[in-house]
Write a new protein. Structure first.
Length: 353
C-alpha cells in the first residue's frame, strides 16, 4: 500500500506522551509510533516539551510546562498555544495527505477546503451544547468516534467511522497471579466517582488503592468527597507514571470503574486488561463495548451489583483477559483502523475534486 504523509495534531495542555497520566496525549503518542512502524511518514504538531520519534513541529511548550515555570498563568494561554499551533499547521498544510486533529475547535476553520482530507477525534463527550453548535457549523468535518456510544451523539454528516483506542502492546506486562487489592485509576471527580469505589471496596472487605489527578475542573470534590473516606484500607497514591501504574493494576484483583457520565471510551479499562486484570465497571457510555461481560470483567448497574461481581472475580481467566486485550486494543490495530478511514476520505476527496 502507498505510504501516507500524515499530520497528527495534539492538544497543547500536556506534552506527548504525558508524564503521569493517560488520556489524549497517550493515544496520540501511541498512534504516531504505530503509524510510523507501519511505514507511514508522520509529523506531530505538539508542545515543544514532547518526546517523539516522529518529526516534531512546535514553537511553544505545553500549558503544564508553563505552569511549572510561571505558576498561575492567564486563562487565555491555551488559546494562545492553539493559535500558534494552527499557524504552524497552516504554513505546512499542503505537505500532507491527511491531517488528524485531536484538539478542540479552531482547526475546523483553519482547514478550510482541506476539511475533506482531515479526521477529527474528540476525546470527550459530544452531547453538550458546544459540540452541537460546532457540528452544525461544520457538517463537512469528518469525525471519527472512539466508541459507538460516542458516535450516537455525532450528526450523520460528520460520521467517519469508529476507532476504539489502543495502546502499545508491551507497555504493561501482565500478571496472572490473583491480586491482593482493588484498584481505581482516574480523575478525582464526580464523573469517575472514586468515593463510590471506596464504598464498594469496603463493603467487600477488600483494600483499595486509588490513583489519578485531582480534577482541575472540580477541585473541591476530592477534599469534600474522597479525602474523608481515606484510611489504611483506602490509600490515595496520586498521579502515576507507567511503571507504578503497571504495579498497581497488575497487582489488583480487579479495577473498579464506577463512572457516572457517558464515558466516551475509558482508557484505563484496556490498561487493566493489558495487565490481565479484570474490570468491574458501571454500564455508562462505552463500557459495554469495551468490557466483555463475564470474560474480561463485569458490567454492572449499581453498587449492589458491583459487590456481587467482586465475589465472582475468581471465575475470570487473567490469561484470557490479556489475550482479549491483544486481539482488540493494541495501538497497531488502532493505527490500521485509522489508516482505513484516511484512505476512504482521500478517495472521496479525489472523486469530488
Amino acid at each position: 500500500m502507498t505510504k501516507l504523509k500524515i499530520a497528527q495534531i495534539s492538544p497543547n495542555i500536556f506534552p506527548v506522551p504525558p508524564i503521569d497520566h493517560g488520556g489524549t496525549e497517550r493515544i496520540v503518542a501511541d498512534l504516531c509510533t504505530a503509524l510510523s512502524c507501519s511505514g507511514h511518514d508522520v509529523t506531530l504538531f505538539a508542545p515543544s516539551d514532547s518526546a517523539t520519534e516522529s518529526t516534531l513541529v512546535s514553537r511553544l511548550p505545553s500549558l503544564a510546562a508553563l505552569e511549572r515555570e510561571y505558576g498561575k498563568v492567564p486563562p487565555s494561554i491555551p488559546a494562545v498555544l492553539e493559535a500558534v499551533q494552527m499557524e504552524l499547521l497552516r504554513r505546512r498544510l499542503h505537505e500532507f495527505d491527511v491531517v488528524h486533529c485531536h484538539g478542540e475547535f479552531a482547526h475546523a476553520a483553519m482547514l478550510g477546503e482541506r476539511r475533506g482530507r482531515s479526521v477529527t477525534t474528540i476525546h470527550w463527550r459530544v452531547d453538550e451544547l458546544d459540540r452541537r453548535l460546532f457540528f452544525a457549523a461544520f457538517p463537512d468535518l469528518p469525525v471519527a468516534a472512539i466508541s459507538a456510544s460516542q458516535e450516537s451523539g455525532i450528526p450523520l454528516p460528520n460520521r467517519a467511522g469508529i476507532v476504539h483506542h489502543g495502546i502499545e502492546r508491551d507497555r504493561y506486562a501482565p500478571s496472572f497471579e490473583p491480586g491482593r487489592h482493588l484498584a481505581f485509576v482516574g480523575r478525582m471527580t464526580d464523573q469517575k466517582r472514586p468515593d463510590t469505589a471506596i464504598r464498594v471496596a469496603r463493603a467487600a472487605g477488600l483494600p483499595i488503592r486509588l490513583a489519578g489527578t485531582v480534577d482541575v475542573g472540580n477541585p473541591t470534590y476530592f477534599e469534600r468527597e474522597v479525602r474523608p473516606l481515606l484510611g489504611g484500607d483506602a490509600v490515595y497514591l496520586g498521579p502515576l507514571a507507567d511503571g507504578p501504574k503497571r504495579e498497581l493494576l497488575a497487582g489488583a484483583s480487579a479495577l473498579l470503574l464506577p463512572v457516572d457520565w457517558p464515558e466516551p471510551f475509558g482508557l484505563v479499562m484496556i490498561e487493566a486488561m493489558a495487565c490481565g486484570t479484570p474490570v468491574v465497571a458501571w454500564n455508562r457510555g462505552s463500557v459495554r463495548e469495551v468490557v466483555e461481560d463475564g470474560v474480561t470483567g463485569f458490567v454492572v448497574e449499581n453498587e449492589a451489583e458491583a459487590l456481587e461481581a467482586l465475589g465472582r472475580i475468581g471465575e475470570l481467566d487473567r490469561r484470557l483477559i490479556r489475550q482479549r486485550f491483544e486481539a482488540r486494543f493494541t495501538a497497531d490495530r488502532m493505527a490500521a483502523d485509522y489508516v482505513a478511514i484516511y484512505r476512504t476520505l482521500m478517495e472521496r476527496a479525489c472523486a469530488s475534486a
